[in-house]
Design a protein around this ligand. Structure first.
Ligand code: FES
Length: 67
């Protein structure tokens, strides 16, 4: 699937979370718990703010923005 991270196009395997895509790109996703509890990994997805990147499975065309 094709996604963008802070405006940079990337390809990723379907089923990857936003946090996984960020880490595969060498970015700090802020993951602490990895199970949706700590809210340390917030990003914006398609304009939706405060999305927990460790919980959001991306789909083709998603746009992720970090802070
Ligand atoms: S890493 Fe804790 S909520 Fe995402």
């Amino acid at each position: 699937m094709n996604v963008t991270v802070d405006g940079t196009p990337m390809t990723a395997e379907p089923g990857r979370t936003a946090a996984a895509v960020l880490m595969l790109a060498g970015r700090d996703a802020g993951v602490f718990c990895g199970i949706g509890v700590c809210f340390n990994c917030l990003v914006e997805v398609n304009g939706e703010r405060d999305v927990r990147s460790c919980q959001r499975v991306l789909v083709d065309g998603d746009e992720v923005r970090t802070r």
